[in-house]
Design a binder for this molecule. Structure first.
Ligand SMILES: Nc1ncnc2c1ncn2[C@@H]1O[C@H](COP(=O)(O)OP(=O)(O)OP(=O)(O)O)[C@@H](O)[C@H]1O
Ligand SMILES: [Mg+2]
Length: 189
C-alpha cells in the first residue's frame, strides 16, 4: 500500500512541480499516472522512490511514514523496485553486472537463483549478458532496467514510462512481468 498525501515538491530553489498531490495504491493494484509531458509524473515517482524529498505532505508505505526515508532504506525495508524513465542502465557495465547490481542486498544463493530465472525469462538479455549495456538498444535497456528491479522480487514496483519505445513483443514481456509482481503482492491489510 502506498499513500501520498498532499505532497509538494520541486527541484532546488525552483517552483513547486507537485502542488499538493494525493493518491492511494492498494496492495495488488496497478495504478497508472496519466498526464501531459512535463506535468510531474516522473517527479512524483522520484518522490515515492526517495530520490526527491517532498517540501510538504506525507508518503506512507504499508502504513509506515517514509516521507524522508532514503531510497536504500525503502529498497531494504519496503522492497521497492524503481525503473527510471531515463539513465536507466549503467552503460559501462555488462548486462549481467547491471542485473546483479539490483540484487546486491540479497543472499548470494537467492540472488543467483533469481539471476538465472531472469536470464531464462528474457532470452534477449541472456544472449547479450556479457556485452556492455552501452551496446543495447533503447528497448533492450529498458528491459534490462526492469530485470535489475525484478531480481530482488520487489513488493512495490515503480515504473516510469514502462512501455515507451518498446516493440509489441517486448511490451508483452514487460506487462507479463508487471502482472507477475502484482500476483505476488499479497500484503496483510
Ligand atoms: N532534475 C530536474 N531539475 C530541475 N527541473 C526538473 C528536473 N527534472 C524535471 N524537472 C522539471 O519538472 C517538471 C516536471 O518534470 P517531470 O519529468 O516530472 O515530468 P513528466 O510528467 O514525467 O514528463 P514526461 O511525460 O515528459 O516524462 C518539468 O517542468 C521539468 O522541466
Ligand atoms: Mg516522465
Amino acid at each position: 500500500m502506498i499513500e501520498v498525501t498532499e505532497v509538494r515538491a520541486g527541484y532546488g530553489d525552483g517552483p513547486d512541480i507537485l502542488n499538493g498531490i494525493s493518491l492511494k495504491a492498494e496492495p495488488g493494484r496497478i495504478v497508472t499516472i496519466l498526464g501531459p509531458n512535463g506535468c510531474g509524473k516522473s517527479t512524483l515517482l522520484k518522490c515515492i522512490a526517495g530520490f526527491v524529498r517532498p517540501r510538504a505532505g506525507h508518503i506512507r508505505m504499508s502504513g509506515e511514514p517514509v516521507t524522508d526515508v532514503p531510497t536504500y532504506q525503502k529498497v531494504r525495508h519496503h522492497r521497492v523496485g524503481f525503473v527510471p524513465q531515463t539513465d536507466n542502465v549503467f552503460a559501462t557495465m555488462t548486462v549481467s553486472e547491471n542485473i546483479l547490481l539490483g540484487g546486491r542486498l540479497m543472499q548470494r544463493l537467492d540472488r543467483d537463483r533469481r539471476f538465472e530465472a531472469l536470464l531464462a525469462q528474457y532470452p534477449s538479455l541472456a544472449a547479450k549478458k556479457n556485452r556492455r549495456a552501452s551496446a543495447l538498444s533503447g528497448g533492450e535497456r529498458q528491459l534490462l532496467s526492469l530485470a535489475r528491479a525484478l531480481i530482488s522480487e520487489p513488493s512495490i514496483l515503480l515504473l516510469d514510462e514502462p512501455s515507451a519505445g518498446l516493440s509489441p513483443r517486448m511490451m508483452h514481456d514487460v506487462f507479463e512481468a508487471i502482472s507477475e509482481v502484482r500476483a505476488g503482492t499479497v500484503l496483510p491489510s
